[in-house]
Structures are given as structure tokens and as C-alpha cells.
Design a protein around this ligand. Sequence first.
Ligand SMILES: C[S@@+](CC[C@H](N)C(=O)[O-])C[C@H]1O[C@@H](n2cnc3c(N)ncnc32)[C@H](O)[C@@H]1O
Length: 338
Amino acid sequence: MRAGEEKIYIDPVTREPLRLVDEVRKGDEIISGALVNSAGHRHEIRDGVPDLVYPYELPAVDAEALQKYEERADAYDRYLPLTFSTYGEDEEAVRNAMIDKLDLKPNSIVLETGAGTGRDSEIIARRLGANGKLYIQDLSPSFLAKNLERMHGVDARVEPALANGYYLPFADNTFDAYYHFGGINAFGDIKRAYAEMARVVKPGGKVVVGDESMPPWLRNTEFGRVLMNSNPEFVYPLELDKLPVEARKTRLEWIIGGVFWVIDFVVGEGEPKADFDFPIPGVRGGTHRTRYFGQLEGVTPEAKRMAQEARAKTGKSMHQWLDEVVREAAKRDLGQKD
Ligand SMILES: C[S@@+](CC[C@H](N)C(=O)[O-])C[C@H]1O[C@@H](n2cnc3c(N)ncnc32)[C@H](O)[C@@H]1O
């Protein structure tokens, strides 16, 4: 961890700044020490890597994922190429195409979560210049250690940390781009993970996320059944309803034999905006706003038929006719004059 980074990291749950204590430095690198929150919790820094994982006691689903990955760290890079060669895909080309979607500039500040052994991290880092920076994070110390070995040959500035993909230890609007591939299906809180992406990426920044899932239209084919039988991870659904409301220009692509999805979006602010106030032509009339916010109570079928006849006779829209009738009756009963 480079000296000064203690000002970038925040407590992943309270989001308060952290205090660096007991630090041991080598040049401008902080080799060990701790980042402490106001309640006194110590996020230890070991071998230059801060441990910012929260919850301190992981939920069972994440604890199991962590154990699984810790056990597989040595074999991962040996077998991973099969994920691509099964479908005749070129891993380097596929990963580069995903990273293209980040729209990186040499000075981009990028976060990668679930970065694993760095098969994408290396590609991202090589696209950054001296003013760019890549934060690589993972839950698994063994995977992160392998990632850092791979990063030895890379010039770009890389900052590693242990962190949970759905409790990010960064202030709002910190990054130009966010990347994750391959772990989100099993995260303990996927909706929170997406909300965190939208929180830490600046408005206008890019998010690129992908994982495996047999698409719904292939689940009952021989192709789908064979693959899901061998690898239960293909059974995970793609849950689009978990995306954040801030997602704009959202695109979905099915890649790697059509059995992995990759979603990219631009981070917006709050809900999308639209004009709710222009008069809508036609018999019903009104605006989007009056139709949604101006509803009153229902009437008898007879009163409805009479209202429709009267409206037709006047040639007004139903909105205009009703609005006038209601106003007149309300003024009369309230004793108001024009
Ligand atoms: C299948 S690997 C993918 C690694 C890498 N992105 C790649 O494409 O090769 C999934 C990674 O996600 C990490 N992971 C799993 N759950 C996580 C969580 N809740 N937060 C952060 N990382 C997590 C695992 O430790 C593992 O390194």
C-alpha cells in the first residue's frame, strides 16, 4: 500500500475515514500496520495489503465461496483456459473485448473486484499510464497474492486490498470505471454489490460486470443440460432486477459460447429523467403526471357512461372535461368564486 492511500480507503460499513497506526514503511510503501475506525476496529495491513473485508464475520454463502477459492488458488490458472477453449474462444480476445467496454483512458482510476489471479487485471493495468491507477480487490488472500505476482511486470500503479465486493471501502464517486468478472453470482448480496458499483463510480463513469448463466432459452436443450450437469454454476439466473436505478445506456451481451453474460452501463444520477408534463394527444388527454398523480376515486358505471357521452359532445379530452367539472364542483362546495 502506497503511503497516502490511507486517505482513500474508508470504513466499508460506517464510511468514515480511517486512521493509519503502527505503520512500518519501506520507501513510500506501507508494509504493515493497521487502518483503524472510530470504534477501534483494526483493518490490518499485511505484506502491504490492507484487509478491509466486511462483514467481519462473513455470511455462510461468502465464507463457503472464500473457502472454495482459497482451496483452488493453485489450480485456478491451470484449468481456467478450459472455460474458453470448450467453445473455441480465444481468452485473450474475449477479455480484451470486455475491457474495451470500460472506455479506459491512460489516466483512468479503476476498481476491479473479485480480481482473482489477475487475468483481467493485467490487461487493464497495461492500458493505464503513469497517472492512471488500478485498485485490485478480492475476498481471497491466496488469489490476491497470485494477482500481485502477475502484476510485478506491470508499470501502472496498482493498489491491492482484501475487500468484499458488496461492501466497498471507498467514498462515493471515486472511480472512472469499475470491472468485475466471474464471482458475482455467488456474492451474498448481489443487489448491494450493484448499488455499491453505482455509488463509487463517478456519474458518467463505466461499469462492466459479467458471470456465467445458461440463458433461459437454452436451459431445456441438450447443450444446456449437459453443461449445467457438469457445472452447476450455469444454473445461476441473470437477475436484471438487481441492477441499480442509476444504470444508463445498459447493454447485455452473451459471450463465451453464449453461456456467460456481460453487462455494461454508464452511471447516472438517481432515477432517469423524462418530461412528464407535455399534453398527451387523444381522447384520454392529460399528461403523464396528471394520469399518475391526479387520480381520484371511481364512480358508478352509470356516471361513467354519462361522463363519456358528455365529453364526446364537448370534443374535449377526458382529462380536460374532468378537470373542469371537478374544479367547478369543488369551488361551489368550498364557496369560492372565480
Ligand atoms: C471465478 S473467480 C474469477 C476471477 C477473475 N475475475 C477471473 O476472471 O479470472 C471469482 C473471484 O471472486 C472472488 N470473490 C468471491 N466472492 C467475493 C466477494 N464477496 N467479494 C469479492 N471477491 C469475491 C473469489 O475469491 C475469486 O477470486
